[in-house]
Design a protein around this ligand. Sequence first.
Ligand SMILES: CCCCCCC[C@H](O)CC(=O)SCCNC(=O)CCNC(=O)[C@H](O)C(C)(C)COP(=O)([O-])OP(=O)([O-])OC[C@H]1O[C@@H](n2cnc3c(N)ncnc32)[C@H](O)[C@@H]1OP(=O)([O-])[O-]
Ligand SMILES: NC(=O)c1ccc[n+]([C@@H]2O[C@H](COP(=O)([O-])OP(=O)(O)OC[C@H]3O[C@@H](n4cnc5c(N)ncnc54)[C@H](O)[C@@H]3O)[C@@H](O)[C@H]2O)c1
Length: 318
Amino acid sequence: MFRLFSSNMAFFTHQIQRSFSSSVVRNVVIKNVTIIGGGQMGAGIAQVAASTGHSVTLVDMTDDILKKAMKGIQGSLRRVVKKKFSDDPESGDDFIQKVMQNVSTTTNPAAAVTTSDLVVEAIVENMKIKQDLFGFLDKMAPEHTIFASNTSSLPISDMASATSRPDRCGGLHFFNPVPMMKLVEVVATSSTSPETSESLLNFTKALGKTPVCCKDTPGFIVNRLLVPYMMEALRLHERGHGSKEDIDIAMKLGAGYPMGPFELSDYVGLDTIKFITDGWREKEPDNPLFAPSDLLNKLVAEGKLGKKSLEGFYKYNK
Ligand SMILES: CCCCCCC[C@H](O)CC(=O)SCCNC(=O)CCNC(=O)[C@H](O)C(C)(C)COP(=O)([O-])OP(=O)([O-])OC[C@H]1O[C@@H](n2cnc3c(N)ncnc32)[C@H](O)[C@@H]1OP(=O)([O-])[O-]
Ligand SMILES: NC(=O)c1ccc[n+]([C@@H]2O[C@H](COP(=O)([O-])OP(=O)(O)OC[C@H]3O[C@@H](n4cnc5c(N)ncnc54)[C@H](O)[C@@H]3O)[C@@H](O)[C@H]2O)c1
């Protein structure tokens, strides 16, 4: 999966760095950020980090995916500058150019982490794949590098256990769309050091976000409350007690949510929702909150994953 062929050089560089570094790692000022996964979340995190002056390396499996991610970042930046520089479009163009210059891309994660202060993973919601990634990168990254996961639902401590640096692992849970959503949940496990938590809190503030501190419990704060609500909306519809359109309208106009649960499900990605609920059901098989939804399973099996595949509960134009 990874390009191991060029990792020897990276590993060698890393060993030299390691032999010179202090064994006690203090508060890390984060400047160089590596983001693994250039999907909707990784691209959004890269955009916000680059917009706030960080040097960002975005990693994914193919150049095509990375090209698409860069195009997405540029499109989103255009929306941002339209508002921010409404009176001065030229400065807006300059801003976009500067931000884009702060982002480089690669399909080689080993090389990407050798100068990184922070690695944020935003790959598929699968523990084994995330553990393999963290275990592999642990051998390549400098000693001071902090590893963070953007997972929606998986224990950070299980990912940290795949590394030799559990004190320098934590959660940075961003919300979709990252450029618009102000919150970041900063997750500390029982092994996360106070210095790591402080570095992560300072980083989220440097991004212009508002952090909240969370324990490493299922769903942290937001998803612990959001997932049961979203699944109950699905079941309400499956029982024939409301059309998806009516449920969406009801929650927007009656509860003040910006999107109804079906619109939000399509926005998040139905595969991600299935990964989350399947995982939680495995851990708590008798909890009715996580009971499976036939409709969700059917749509995912058909490759209807929501907005990203142009069809989910609703259809979308390109
Ligand atoms: C069952 C399990 C489920 C659990 C799932 C968990 C998932 C996960 O772990 C947690 C989450 O993220 S949970 C999910 C959490 N997320 C939510 O809950 C999201 C809920 N939805 C919302 O908050 C709003 O619908 C949006 C902000 C998305 C769009 O706003 P709107 O008013 O409906 O539509 P608008 O008029 O088009 O846009 C308004 C302004 O926003 C701007 N803009 C938009 N996207 C942009 C981008 N990518 N870039 C830049 N800019 C962007 C746009 O340009 C415009 O600017 P203007 O200058 O004002 O014209
Ligand atoms: N979608 C959301 O609303 C949302 C919100 C918050 C958190 N999250 C979490 O963020 C993570 C990513 O979600 P997403 O919606 O961006 O997914 P996505 O499917 O849009 O993107 C995932 C990207 O990771 C890449 N990838 C997969 N395995 C990889 C590997 N081993 N190395 C490099 N790249 C790899 C894929 O090619 C893809 O581009 C998941 O853990 C998810 O639970 C999602």
